[in-house]
Write a protein that binds this ligand. Structure first.
Ligand code: ADP
Length: 327
């Protein structure tokens, strides 16, 4: 029989992602609805260790569902990597009587929760908040949809100016070592080439496709590059293009942190609300040390110690579609 929880803490950790606030709101209000006390822990594991914790009420999360970032702030915390740091965190939770934790973050934050729950009897529930969508066991992670829509909006604008000047634009998008943002935004904006870490980048192939398009007088070209592509980022690709095609007018645009910010999309608000609700239900029902994912529109609870990075399996069919539609 799992221990009953009565006082829970919620924190956001690692890279921020739009929609984290909607998840915090869902955790707080579901907790209160079920008669739990809910505590907000500031700046992830760092605030936990420093006892930067305050009690939240239903009103504490008013007017945040539409806001990017996280009202609890986030941080990367070195001392949580040490047994001593985690013991300190445990002592603080004990002192405050907090007997359950909801951790909103990426796979790194989940690894921290695994270490913590191996050493101490505090149930932890993860909610996947990352724009990279690189966690296996869930079709969605909070923030991906917003990030990819921000990228699409930006690339559409770049296409206008590329078209006006007949230029080649090489656009770098985020995603760390995952290519989802590049793949989705590249397809949705009609990019001629999409370079992602999951597929070997053959730069000669890219050059050949540009030359072929030049022959057909197709002068406006967009190449979308994932920041983690093994060939390098947009600057490296531009350098290679310049060396081989010195006449081609090329511009580089690195979208950067705009992809992390802004109001979350409807989809991100929905999945954050659903995951936040089920995270608290999991704590109450004794489904502990799992992360709450959604697969095939059903909740999927993955043990935190089984969490691994998802390597995207980009079907050859998608790559074929990209080639045909950009011809
Ligand atoms: P994300 O959650 O976005 O992947 P990070 O990888 O930076 O971000 O992880 C966030 C935090 O989680 C780290 O700063 C650290 O405090 C904690 N963490 C990550 N990995 C571990 C680990 N193996 N052991 C303990 N804590 C960890």
């Amino acid at each position: 029989m799992a221990k009953k929880v009565s006082r829970i803490g919620v924190l956001t950790s690692g890279g921020d992602s739009p929609g984290m606030n909607a998840a915090i709101r869902a955790v707080v209000r579901t907790g209160i609805y079920n008669g739990l006390e809910v505590y907000g822990i500031m700046r992830g594991y760092q605030g936990l260790i420093e006892d930067d914790i305050y009690k939240m009420e239903g009103r504490s999360v008013a007017n945040i569902i539409q806001r990017g970032g996280t009202i609890l702030k986030t941080a990367r915390c070195k001392i949580f990597h040490t047994a001593e740091g985690r013991r300190k965190a445990y002592e603080i939770l004990q002192r405050r009587g907090i007997d359950g934790l909801v951790i909103i973050g990426g796979d790194g934050s989940f690894r921290g929760a695994v270490e913590f729950s191996k050493e101490f009897d505090i149930p932890c529930i993860g909610i996947a908040g990352t724009i990279d969508k690189d966690i296996a066991g869930t079709d969605f992670t909070i923030g991906f949809d917003t990030a990819v829509n921000t990228a699409v909006e930006a690339i559409d604008k770049i296409r206008d100016t590329a078209d006006a000047h007949d230029r080649l634009f090489i656009i770098e998008v985020m995603g760390r070592d995952a290519g989802y943002i590049a793949l989705h935004s590249g397809i949705a904006t009609g990019a001629e080439n999409i370079l992602i870490p999951e597929q070997k980048t053959d730069i000669e192939d890219v050059i050949a496709s540009l030359q072929e398009k030049e022959r057909r007088k197709k002068l406006v070209n967009l190449i979308v590059v994932a920041e983690g592509d093994e060939f390098g980022g947009a600057n490296e690709v531009a350098k290679a293009v310049k060396e081989r095609l010195p006449q081609t007018e090329t511009r580089v645009c690195i979208l950067g942190h705009i992809q992390r910010g802004g109001a979350p999309t409807c989809l991100d608000r929905l999945i954050a609300s659903r995951m936040g609700y089920h995270a608290v239900e999991s704590l109450i029902e004794g489904r502990h040390n799992v992360f709450v994912g959604i697969q095939n529109n059903k909740m999927n609870y993955v043990p935190l110690d089984k969490v691994h990075k998802k390597k995207s399996t980009i079907s050859d069919e998608w790559m074929k579609i990209v080639k045909i539609l950009a011809s």
